[in-house]
Design a protein around this ligand. Structure first.
Ligand code: C2E
Ligand code: MG
Ligand code: MG
Length: 767
């Protein structure tokens, strides 16, 4: 490459000399190579010794006179032949002019005899152009003018770059490359990006835009190690302006052979992003080119703006990407899924929606730790990604739930068989840090034939419903949402609507189920159980609607109503039965523990109804503790500080381990009825109940049994050391009014509990 670098006024002389010498080298047949200036004009550094052979000295004088006359305006400027001392001379001249068009001198190349070749003519012109540039910059006005135009260029580019967006930024890059190239008179300009990870240089913008770009484009992506020039741009830190000094004749010849172009000059300005070279802005001239510091400064300014633009666009793209992707697995997220689903349904393709939910993932996650859980999720995400077809789609909904969209899903059989294939793929053991973890999943499927018009949300909720059925049927299977499930789902959403009305209106009731001392029949407590006075179905038990309430969040409002109502009722009983000290228990769902004001709420209800904490108990299940054990424990301690008792309901069915129990602020364990039922018949149940009773004793916790339906169970419980219980045998849950006889009696007759040995004192007072 032939470049003259940094031609400022100080160095103009050296530059000019170098240009003349180079011209001499590339036109070996010339006998005269000289620079003349117009008379009266001085251009610093241009008073060069002409390169003239001794024998041609007088001819040069003659030629100089002609040229000077021409320059003075007497004759038009142009190449000519003339005869001096009987020898014919061929003279090539090129004017040296300032930026404003003023001609200050000329470059002369002459020899005798033969005509000049096309190449020599164009060479001289190219060198004349460089001289013009050097001359311009040798004058103060020239420098200032050039600087001003550069400043304008930079601010024009800055303005355009500033308003670029991710959508039009390619266009803006091409535009920038073009205006820079036009300004600098470059023949080719380009912007390339370095991909250091893949070790390639990538074309981002170019000028002029090539028309028939081959595919693949040999200039599109080039490995750094494929070419020393590209290697040089990889970690370029400073502008690279290969100069004539760096250039060998050999290289120039090669360029000429290879390109048909005579001389090539270039500039490469790095785009620096912190420690790394983000890319390079390059300019190529099929001629000579002098670069001045002001130009390089301007290019560096543009380069840094380009990097900033790129950083901004990357950030925008990253944000947009994050908005549609899941951090952990890098799969599309829920939002992306809904967009895709809408698109697919809109284009009327047969689509099947599969919701894949890992079985008991939470237990595994808690047991093996979240890091392991995360790795398992990543592995499963990859497995799904690689096992579906290119036209299918997978997203992660969050947690352990994935959604797959199957394309061309026209038969239920096909979709089912794809689903079972997926289940096998998912369940293959994963090696995580030496442990083999294997995990089954359940799949719910909703199929939308192309002819149907359903919303994506409908399909998702149907697939979700089918997935729950798959879980309920024993997990590790796929279930299609069919007509039967559809009806059940419809029923459910109707229920949901009506429940909301009931909660907002006056549709809820409380029933109370007594707990008694199994040895005496004395009333110990009543458990408040919510009921729904359904307009057509009658009075519904909590079991019939509490799950819906929990899933829809309605349970929060229900819970508040229940507790307030229980307190109100307790106040009435305290007034009517001042001698009875039984406790009123209420149930609270895990969701209620997310409210930050739960303890304050409880305290307010107590205060407003003037009931002491000692007369209240709050029942929770182990599930309330699982998610945020610390936070829940704090709330429970808050209850205890108010004097309110805390009971662990359905104990034995959740996952709270025996050791965790030690740290939980609870006062009472309620043995789940599923074990209680079996204690007279099932060894296993009896063993569990017995161990829970022992545990309660060891931890100084009360233990009570739920679901007592037969007297033989009471006998067994007493034998095992549990003497508290509730159940249908003693009483069904009843309204406050129906509870009155028992309140009056202070309990139930002992005969009811132990018919075999009716005893006396207490029972007789009751009848
Ligand atoms: P739970 O707290 O374990 O309540 C006991 C459930 O078993 C009650 O059903 C009760 O009617 C029933 N039951 C009691 N004794 C027997 C028996 O001897 N045999 C049989 N087969 N069943 C018996 P219910 O009222 O339908 O409540 C079901 C669950 O709903 C409750 O289980 C509790 O977890 C929840 N629940 C009830 N009321 C509320 C409430 O106000 N708020 C919240 N968050 N949950 C509630
Ligand atoms: Mg309960
Ligand atoms: Mg229970």
């Amino acid at each position: 490459m032939a470049n003259f670098r940094h031609a400022d006024t100080m160095r103009v002389g050296a530059e000019a000399r170098l240009i003349v010498e180079t011209l001499r080298q590339v036109t070996p047949r010339a006998e005269i190579v000289a620079v003349v200036t117009t008379s009266g004009r001085t251009v610093p550094g241009f008073d060069l010794e002409p390169l003239v052979g001794a024998k041609s000295q007088s001819a040069f004088e003659g030629i100089r006179e002609r040229v000077e006359a021409q320059l003075a305006g007497k004759e038009p400027l142009g190449s000519f032949t003339c005869v001096i001392d009987d020898v014919e001379w061929g003279v090539l001249i090129d004017a040296i002019e300032l930026l404003d068009g003023q001609i200050v001198g000329a470059l002369i190349v002459a020899r005798h005899g033969r005509a000049w070749s096309q190449r020599e003519c164009s060479l001289t012109r190219a060198f004349g152009g460089v001289f013009s540039q050097v001359a311009t910059l040798a004058t103060r006005e020239g420098v200032l003018l050039h600087q001003r135009r550069l400043d304008e260029l930079v601010s024009q580019v800055a303005e355009r770059l500033m308003s670029a967006t991710a959508d039009n930024h390619k266009e803006v890059l091409n535009w920038t490359t073009r205006v820079l190239a036009e300004f600098l008179n470059s023949d080719v300009a380009f912007l390339r990006r370095n991909d250091h990870v893949r070790g390639v240089s990538i074309l981002e913008a170019e000028w002029p835009l090539r028309e028939d770009v081959p595919d693949p484009d040999p200039l599109g992506e080039v490995r750094f190690d494929a070419d020393p020039i590209f290697m040089a741009t990889k970690d370029l830190r400073e502008p690279y302006l290969p100069g004539l000094e760096d250039t060998t004749e050999n290289y120039m010849n090669r360029v000429e052979e290879g390109s048909g172009e005579t001389l090539i000059a270039g500039a490469a300005v790095p785009l620096l992003l912190g420690e790394s070279t983000w890319g390079v802005l390059g300019f190529i001239h099929f001629a000579l080119r002098a670069w001045v510091p002001a130009e390089i400064n301007a290019l560096q300014a543009v380069a840094s703006m380009l990097v900033q633009l790129q950083a901004r666009i990357d950030a925008e793209e990253r944000t947009a990407y994050n908005a549609y992707h899941d951090d952990l697995t890098d799969l599309p997220n829920r939002r992306a899924l809904l967009r895709e689903l809408k698109h697919r349904l809109g284009s009327r393709r047969d689509t099947a929606v599969l919701i894949v939910d890992l079985d008991r993932f939470k237990v595994m996650n808690d047991f093996l730790g979240h890091a392991t859980g995360d790795r398992l999720l990543i592995t499963i995400a990859d497995r799904i990604r690689t096992s579906i077809r290119a036209t299918d789609y997978v997203a992660r909904l969050g947690g352990d739930e994935f959604v797959i969209l199957l394309d061309e899903a026209n038969s239920e059989m096909e979709v089912l068989s794809s689903s079972y294939r997926l289940l096998t793929v998912i369940a293959a053991p994963v090696n995580i840090g030496g442990q083999h973890v294997s995990h089954t999943a359940s799949i719910g499927i909703a199929i939308a034939p192309s002819a149907s018009v359903h919303s994506g949300l409908d399909l998702l909720s149907w697939a979700d419903g089918a997935m729950y059925v798959a879980k309920a049927r024993g997990r590790n299977q796929a279930v299609v949402f069919d007509e039967e499930l559809r009806q059940a789902a419809n029923e459910r959403s109707r229920m949901e609507l009506m429940l909301r009305e009931a909660v907002e209106g006056d549709g809820l009731r409380l029933h109370y189920q007594p707990e008694v001392d199994l040895r005496t029949g004395r009333l110990l407590s009543v458990e408040a159980l919510v009921r729904w006075q359904h307009p057509t179905l009658g009075l519904l038990a909590a079991a019939d609607f509490i799950t819906i309430a929990e899933e829809t969040g309605l349970v929060l409002e229900i819970g508040r109503w229940v507790f307030a109502e229980a307190c109100r009722q307790l106040a009435v009983w305290r007034r009517d039965y001042p001698d009875l000290a039984f406790i009123v228990r209420t149930n609270m769902s895990p969701a209620e523990f997310t409210a930050s004001d739960l303890v304050e709420f409880v305290e307010r209800c107590m205060r407003e109804n003037n009931v002491p904490g000692e007369r209240l108990c709050i029942e929770i299940t182990e599930y309330a503790v699982v998610d945020e054990p610390e936070k829940t424990a704090n709330i429970l301690r808050g209850f205890q500080q108010l004097g309110v008792e805390v009971a662990l309901d359905d104990f034995g069915t959740g996952f709270a381990s025996m050791t965790e129990l030690k740290h939980l602020p609870v006062d009472l364990l309620k043995l789940d009825m599923s074990f209680v039922e079996g204690i007279t018949t099932d060894e296993y149940d009896r063993a569990i109940v017995e161990s829970i009773i022992r545990l309660g004793q060891a931890l100084h916790l009360g233990v009570t049994a739920e679901g007592i339906e037969g007297t033989e169970i009471i006998e067994k419980l007493l034998e095992l050391g549990c003497h508290r219980g509730q159940g249908y045998l003693i009483s069904q849950p009843v309204s406050s009014k129906d509870l009155t006889p028992m309140l009056v009696a202070g309990g139930v007759p002992l005969s009811l509990l132990r018919p075999a040995k009716p005893t006396l004192e207490f029972a007789s007072t009751l009848s």
